[in-house]
Design a protein around this ligand. Structure first.
Ligand code: GDP
Ligand code: MG
Length: 170
């Protein structure tokens, strides 16, 4: 009915940024220090309740390696939402996140809700990307931005909840 919505969501970003860890934290409430790399893509589903509605996320966790790049459109095409993940300790991963945003702006669903996740915010002493520069970038590009930690769970449920709130309702 009107109060239930299925939403395809894709996670994109550099290998090692923490995409799988964010999903596993959200879906299972767990964290592994040695998370296995994703091969191709992995599927998860999880529901959240917002304002009397239940949003069932159908989550595609992609691999991130360049050799799987050609598969990415299969996962983001038709997606209602995307989380683009970078690692706050890696400027390269932030650069890679910007490339994903550009690709989604060109080829993705124009109504897609996009979130930028600056992950590993528990590693403050190794930070290489300021929250300020990421926030400015996100504002300029119509994304919403949160720093997250799959390790400590900071802002993990929040990012999915914020997406659920922003999805267009039928
Ligand atoms: P993916 O390739 O983007 O899916 O990244 P993974 O989820 O496989 O994570 C890569 C590595 O970073 C793993 O060793 C994780 O344990 C670690 N990791 C992921 N998220 C965090 C985090 O928020 N904080 C810290 N300290 N490590 C993390
Ligand atoms: Mg992975």
């Amino acid at each position: 009915g009107q109060n239930n919505l299925n939403a395809k969501l894709v996670l994109l970003g550099d290998m090692g940024a923490g995409k799988s860890s964010l999903v596993i934290r959200f879906v299972k409430g767990q964290f592994l220090e040695f998370q296995e790399s994703t091969i191709g893509a992995a599927f998860f589903s999880q529901s959240v309740s917002v304002n009397n509605a239940t949003v069932k996320f159908e989550i595609w966790d992609t691999a991130g390696q360049e050799r799987y790049h050609s598969l990415a459109p299969m996962y983001y095409r038709g997606a209602a939402a995307a989380i683009i993940v970078y690692d706050i300790t890696s400027s390269d991963s932030f650069g890679r996140a910007k490339k994903w945003v550009q690709e989604l702006q060109k080829q993705g669903n124009p109504n897609m809700v996009m979130a930028l996740a600056g992950n590993k915010c528990d590693l403050e002493d190794k930070r290489n990307v300021t929250a300020e520069e990421a926030r400015i970038y996100a504002d300029e590009n119509g994304l919403f931005f949160l720093e997250t930690s799959a390790k400590t769970a900071v802002n993990v449920n929040d990012i999915f909840y914020e997406i659920a709130k922003r999805l267009p309702r039928a």
